[in-house]
Design a protein around this ligand. Structure first.
Ligand SMILES: NC(=O)c1ccc[n+]([C@@H]2O[C@H](COP(=O)([O-])OP(=O)(O)OC[C@H]3O[C@@H](n4cnc5c(N)ncnc54)[C@H](OP(=O)(O)O)[C@@H]3O)[C@@H](O)[C@H]2O)c1
Length: 325
């Protein structure tokens, strides 16, 4: 089968088409004939040598795919060959076939383009577990999502807005802010021209209850200023730096929680619990067309390097996909 090989990992990495042996599913796995793979910022970090795959995961890039079930391990009984599915992977998505653990697979509903469904798993799994499990977002609370038009943000805004929460978002241009509002954000803040601390205070009166942050750096202190008393701040990345000087007095005074998590290295049981929560609480909204993939661009698998260049340039809004003919 065709796959994408990573050459010269580091700042000058190259992604090229290569041949690989067809994977065989283990007892708990599903072999998926890939229609599309989502491109994630983590793939770029891995290609640069800064984010090694967890023990046991494929060395091939790719954290999510959609496609059709090609073969099943004997313990996977909820799918059958030919079913349209999408899946979260620990690696190995950039190829014609990919292996997923059965507990991280969801059915693609009729009416949803199978390839476009590759835009959903990583974003929905990440946003759900960080905002609900770690952030403990409760009914009638407010949520601020930084990076509103990131691959994560476009799905997270829709999910929490459709679930009835008041969602605020930040993005780096007025056009990106309008997209956030179209997706369901009550208000989006252009972080280049507005102060999100002042803007969210003005909208909420007391600050926001939960903040999902991927920026870090100077945002860590400013998030504490933007949070409501007893607020929870959850970081999924520190793109602007993980080493910061902080005045933690505000943490005490406002009884805040600072947390950070990664998804990739979690056990299959933890991922299955997130999949089950999504299937129950969120998938009916996907089936009803109320949460939709937001696709920035599609590149053929062999142009994975160009897809990475598009993400690195930063002009994208939504998911970049690699499609397999
Ligand atoms: N912890 C986890 O388990 C986990 C899982 C998945 C993803 N992630 C992380 O989540 C982030 C998003 O992933 P992705 O694949 O969706 O990437 P992406 O589409 O490339 O999004 C990156 C986002 O970061 C925003 N950004 C960068 N610097 C910023 C700054 N200084 N201020 C405000 N916003 C800034 C960009 O906003 P503008 O374009 O508006 O400038 C953009 O929306 C990545 O950092 C990724 O590593 C973590």
């Amino acid at each position: 089968m065709k796959t994408i090989a990573l050459h010269n990992p580091g700042p000058e990495y190259r992604l090229e088409l290569a041949s690989a042996a067809m994977p065989t599913p283990g007892d708990d796995e599903v072999l998926i004939r890939v229609a599309a793979a989502g491109v994630n910022r983590a793939d770029i970090l891995q290609a640069r040598g800064a984010y090694p795959p967890p023990a046991g995961a494929s060395e091939t890039l790719g954290l999510e795919v959609s496609g059709h079930v090609a073969a099943l391990g004997r313990n996977v009984t909820i799918f059958k060959t030919g079913d349209a599915v999408c899946a979260l992977l620990a690696g190995g998505g950039y190829g014609e076939y990919a292996l997923a653990h059965g507990g991280a697979v969801l059915a693609v509903p009729p009416g949803l383009d199978v390839a476009d469904a590759a835009a959903l798993p990583e974003a929905l799994f990440t946003a759900w577990t960080n905002v609900i499990d770690t952030g403990r977002l409760m009914p009638n609370e407010t949520l601020l999502i930084h990076g509103g038009t990131s691959g994560i943000g476009v799905a997270a805004i829709q999910m929490f807005a459709r679930l009835g929460f008041r969602v605020f978002a930040t993005a780096g241009s007025d056009e990106k802010c309008r997209l956030c509002e179209t997706l369901g954000a009550q208000s989006a803040i252009n972080y280049r021209t507005e102060d999100f601390v002042a803007a969210t205070r003005e909208h909420t009166g007391k600050g926001v209850d939960v903040i999902l942050d991927m920026v870090g750096g100077g945002y860590v202190q400013r998030n504490m200023a933007a949070a409501a008393p007893s607020g929870r701040i959850v970081n999924i990345a520190y793109q602007d730096g993980a080493k910061v000087g902080l005045d933690l007095g505000v943490l005490l005074r406002k009884r805040l929680t600072l947390a950070a998590t990664t998804l990739r290295g979690r056990s299959v049981l933890e991922k299955q619990a997130i999949r089950d929560a999504l299937a129950k609480n969120v998938w009916p909204l996907v089936e009803a067309g109320r949460i939709k993939p937001v696709v920035d661009s599609r590149f053929p698998l062999g142009e994975a390097q160009a897809a990475h260049r598009r993400m690195t340039a930063g002009g994208h809004a939504g998911k970049i996909l690699l499609t397999v003919a």
